[in-house]
Design a protein around this ligand. Structure first.
Ligand SMILES: *Cc1c(COP(=O)(O)O)cnc(C)c1O
Length: 388
């Protein structure tokens, strides 16, 4: 658990300093990493700084949690061993058998798999809806014992934009809570708690860690009662992040603002280049004026982020050829690192939703545009397109 008191400062100041005070004994500017699994007690139950055992609390994890809460304008943050571990703990903290979750019909495949195939057999129902269809959303909530509405915006991989404020209102009117998976935008671009969401979840593996070298997840809230329930599950179930993972995530998070600026600028250049190519059927990037969510994205995001999806007129074969022909864009799962990645969702990240209503077009590639020089990224795409 961590309390946040620094929200009067700018985003980058908070990113660098929240939870990161120097170590008082030596003055070490970077707080030391605490690997200890247990803590000496000055008499039975007499703890020095509240620390007892590593699953319940660790100073390195606390430093990350304080930083995360500060950047999402929350009061409490909880760090987990992966994004899905965070989601599982969140759902177990806030639902019981017989409850229902309404999620977007283009949710991350792993989230859908967790909710439908794991939690489904424990008695949690789900309905997938088009989050832009507010009537369908309200009906799905009311027709069920809906406890959570689950939104990803921009969504993965279709880059659709959901109106967080409007969906929060619909959820709240029906007595449900709004969860926003803020992985794609990151807190630098979008702060869902300020727009009415009750809970933010992250795969910190992506932009927050930012260097493709650590897997993690997080939950951030601004309500003490929700915080208590989530903190209890984090402690009682134990899917916590380890000290080294927490440290790497904190180090990445310090530079989130400068990285997101570079990702967004590069992605805009790549999206515009793709848009002008005859091999391309559609480009999905909220920064493009003709994207259906462009105005909404402008209103609720600071910039448009580093993720671009593209569909080819040459169908599946063209998508596969380009995916396997790039040299700087590495063909790999995941996203949000400083290096550019190329993903064929239908067979890679979204293989788990193949054949379901969440299935992804087979002529689509998803690009995680890194912070390399944009001319080099475009030259790489150009030589890959030459193979078509
Ligand atoms: C990767 C991802 C997750 C899952 O996180 P892991 O860290 O891989 O467990 C959840 N949501 C989104 C949007 C993701 O991209």
């Amino acid at each position: 658990m961590s309390e946040n008191t620094q929200n009067t400062q700018g985003f980058n100041t908070r990113a660098v300093h929240a939870g990161q005070g120097f170590e008082p004994r030596t003055g070490a500017v970077v707080p030391p990493l605490h690997f200890s699994s247990t803590y000496a007690q000055d008499g039975i139950g007499n703890l020095r700084a509240g620390y007892e055992y590593g699953r319940g609390g660790n100073p390195t994890r606390d430093a990350l949690q304080e930083q995360l809460a500060a950047l999402e304008n929350g009061t409490h943050a909880y760090s987990f061993s992966s994004g899905l571990a965070a989601e599982d703990s969140l759902i177990r903290a806030l639902t019981a058998p017989g409850d229902h979750i309404v999620l977007g019909n283009d949710a991350y495949g792993g989230t859908y798999r967790l909710i439908s195939r794991v939690l489904g057999s424990w008695g949690i129902g789900n309905t997938a809806v088009d989050m832009e269809d507010h009537t369908a959303l309200a009906e799905a909530i009311k027709a069920n014992n809906t406890r959570l509405v689950w939104v990803e915006t921009p969504s993965n991989p279709m880059m659709r934009v959901t109106d967080i404020r409007a969906v929060a209102q619909i959820a709240h009117e029906a007595g449900a809570l709004l969860v926003v998976d803020n992985t794609f935008a990151s807190p630098y671009l979008q702060q869902p708690l300020d727009l009415g969401a009750d809970v933010v979840v992250h795969s910190t593996t992506k932009y927050i860690g930012g260097h493709s070298d650590v897997v993690g997840g997080a939950i951030i809230v601004k309500d003490a009662e929700l915080a208590e329930k989530i903190g209890f599950i984090q402690f009682a179930v134990g899917a916590v992040s380890g000290p080294m993972d927490a440290f790497l995530t904190t180090r990445g998070l310090k530079t989130l603002g400068v990285r997101m600026k570079a990702h967004s600028a590069n992605a805009m250049e790549v999206a515009r280049w793709l848009q002008a190519r005859p091999e391309v059927e559609a480009v999905h990037y909220p920064g493009l004026e003709d994207h259906p969510g462009h105005e909404l994205a402008k209103a609720q995001m600071r910039d448009f982020g580093g993720m671009v999806s593209v569909q080819f007129t040459g169908g599946e074969a063209a998508a596969r050829t380009v995916a396997e022909a790039t040299r700087i864009f590495t063909l790999a799962e995941s996203l949000g690192g400083i290096e550019s990645l190329m993903n064929y969702p239908s067979e890679m990240t979204h293989a788990s939703v193949k054949g379901t209503e969440l299935a992804v077009p087979v002529n689509l590639l998803r690009l995680s545009v890194g912070i390399e020089d944009p001319e080099d990224l475009i030259a790489d795409l150009e030589q890959a397109f030459a193979k078509l």
